[in-house]
Ligand binder design. Structure first.
Ligand code: G6P
Length: 611
């Protein structure tokens, strides 16, 4: 959601900015723009366009038209003001001297705008960001950093900012509070970006800005300051993500590539943690005393990460007998949660930047909870603010609809549940070893499922024309249905809902009529016969039933359902992790057949950094 790139160096800046923005496209946006310092004219040149980045890029002939070695670029996901050329960033002060790109929301912008307008400052856009540009200009008396400092004391909300001033051809100023921004330390160049994929082509040496920090970037160096404007040293870390990991590498879509990468991602995530017949969480230090006195677990997350939490609840409660509550990041703060020092709060986030999840984390910490996060992006805000972090090591995930991040989160949370149960003496050595062996078999079994993708493609071709689909399942299959349904609706735009199968009779069954597609999930062996009853129930009302079950039950299901997808039998801890793959493929092929923009579905953002 909104992407920022900034570059100051010796190369032409505009092509660097456009390339960086193209790598941030996945975050979700509806317009794009760049501002560069035009050395000949001594002014800032600003170019913006509504729609895809391609539109801007064509207008600028790939950036070759702009002769400049410093600038900032932005992809905007509209909040204040509709998507339009005028509302796009960079936003510029009335004299054209200051240009700003912004990710986040300035909450008190209306009051500041009224103040500036009363001073005669003319506004052109509806954005909250223009207020920042105008306010910097208002306070500017020849010292850009001082003017930015004065503005920061007045604005409230969340922001990552990249700031150019026509009077300062040798610097970019960057600021961060509650929205991500990283610094790139290149050879003869310095960069800012919303995430590391945007600058990997120029440097792997990055610094993570903390809340309230400012940075001044020049061609030779980056100087950081704390909120009191005191100079600080920034730790530089070397990122080990490969640039090609963030490229399509011959696949038509990132989503498909990422689906296919799942077995390897799981190996990366699990192998180092399963050794010598035990689970080794070297990155975890939950003492035996804490575990034994733990009274409650909260799992907090948004979107698919929250669906991981739903599965995790079943596993954790079954294995440890400790009560687990799953809360949406956006709800947690407002539900007066019961958290104390005996509460473990598991925060799950691929990006590590989801604002609602982050806010929930802070609330849980304030209440005294112990925060353990499961995160993909190393060094992200959620990772840095947690007491403990387990990284999923899934590699960069670019498609908006999550796949490999979901399965690695799920595998890791399931492994954590098993680890806790073992530490609490709640599972026998034999049960523990059997489960552990299943984790080791998981990537291979997933490869089997992926190798049979043609059969799913065929089923998709039978059903892609439906305009309303219901996913039903019980217990683990219910949690799995929530994710299967979300995958389908987010990329194919088909109306789809997931129901606990037993709940169907309490209302939703009235919507089932001749030809309604019901995806019936029955991988969980203990409840197979109940699942079968629900299939019969909806069939009796005319539904077309597509079932997902385990191979050992496939034959039985084939007698009743109209279509059957199956996965190899596996330990119940890993059923949803394996079972989600046919559902991801089904969603993918359906969206493909409907001609949808699979990697960048309308209105969605990969990283949701506003409330
Ligand atoms: C967005 C993405 C979802 C994701 C959710 C939470 O809505 O489109 O795929 O599940 O954010 O993101 P997180 O990075 O916190 O896991």
């Amino acid at each position: 959601m909104c992407g920022i790139v900034g570059y100051i160096g010796r190369e032409q800046a505009a092509p660097v900015l456009l390339e960086g923005l193209s790598r941030l496209e996945y975050r979700g946006y509806d317009s794009a723009g760049v501002a560069v310092f035009d050395a000949e004219a001594g002014t800032l040149a600003v170019h913006k366009a509504k729609g895809r980045l391609q539109v801007l890029s064509e207008q600028l002939h790939g950036g070759a038209d702009l002769n400049s070695t410093m600038g900032v670029g932005h992809t905007r996901w509209a909040t204040h003001g509709a998507p339009s050329d005028i509302n796009s960033h960079p936003q510029v002060s009335h004299s054209g001297r200051i240009a700003v790109v912004h990710n986040g929301i300035i909450e008190n912008y209306a009051e500041l705008k009224a103040f500036l307008m009363a001073q005669g400052v003319p506004f052109t856009s509806e954005t909250d960001t223009e207020v920042v540009a105008q306010l910097i200009e208002y306070f500017y008396e020849g010292d850009l950093l001082a003017a930015v400092g004065r503005v920061l004391r007045r604005i409230q909300g969340a922001y990552a900012l990249g700031i150019l001033c026509a009077d300062c051809p040798d610097r970019i100023v960057a600021v961060r509070k509650d929205s991500p921004l990283i610094l790139g330390y290149g050879e003869g160049c310095s960069l800012i970006a919303s995430d590391v994929t945007a600058i990997l082509g120029h440097t792997r040496r990055v610094g993570y800005m903390e809340d309230g920090e400012l940075a001044v970037l020049t061609r030779e160096s980056i100087q950081c300051y704390n909120h009191l404007m005191q100079p600080i040293e920034k730790k530089i870390v070397t990122v080990d993500w490969e640039l090609d990991a963030a490229e399509k590498g011959g696949y038509e879509h990132f989503m498909f590539k990422e689906i296919m990468e799942q077995p390897d991602a799981l190996r990366r995530c699990l192998s180092p943690r399963i050794r010598e017949g035990d689970i080794m969480f070297e990155d975890l230090s939950l003492s035996q005393e804490f575990l034994q006195n733990m009274r409650r677990i909260y799992i907090v997350a948004c979107g698919s990460s929250c669906h991981v939490g739903m599965v995790g609840k079943y596993h954790l409660e079954r294995l440890t007998r400790i009560p687990v509550e799953v809360a949406l990041g956006s709800e947690f703060r407002y539900m007066d949660p019961i958290v104390d020092r005996h509460t473990l709060v598991i925060v799950i986030s691929q990006s590590g930047e989801t604002l609602d999840t982050m806010a929930a984390l802070r609330e849980a910490r304030r209440l005294g909870g112990r925060i353990l996060s499961i995160v993909n992006v190393v060094g992200s805000s959620i990772a840095r603010e947690s007491n403990q972090v387990l990284y999923t090591w899934a590699g960069p995930e670019i498609a908006v609809a999550t796949t490999k991040a979901y399965t690695t989160q799920l595998a890791l949370l399931s492994l954590l549940a098993l680890w806790m149960a073992r530490r609490l003496g709640a599972v026998s050595g034999e049960e523990f070893q059997a489960a552990l062996a299943a984790f080791q078999e998981l990537p291979g079994k997933m490869e089997e499922v992926l190798s049979r993708r043609d059969s799913i493609q065929y089923l998709a071709s039978r059903y892609f024309n439906h305009d309303s689909i219901f996913f039903i399942g019980r217990n683990l299959d219910y949690a799995l249905g929530l994710e299967g349904s979300l995958k389908l609706k987010e990329i194919s735009y088909i109306h789809s809902e997931a129901y606990a199968a037993g709940e169907l009779k309490h209302g939703t069954i009235s919507l089932i009529e001749d030809g309604t597609l019901v995806v019936a999930l029955s991988t969980y062996g203990k409840l197979f016969s109940k699942a079968m009853s629900n299939v019969i129930e909806v069939k009796a009302r005319g539904a077309d039933v597509l079932s997902l079950t385990v191979e050992s039950r496939g034959e039985e299901m084939r007698h009743t359902a109209d279509g059957v997808m199956s996965i190899p039998d596996i330990h119940e801890l890993l059923l949803p992790c394996l079972g989600v793959v046919p559902l991801q493929l089904f969603a993918y092929y359906v969206a493909l057949m409907r001609g949808c923009d699979i990697d960048k579905p309308r209105n969605l953002a990969k990283s949701v950094t506003v409330e």
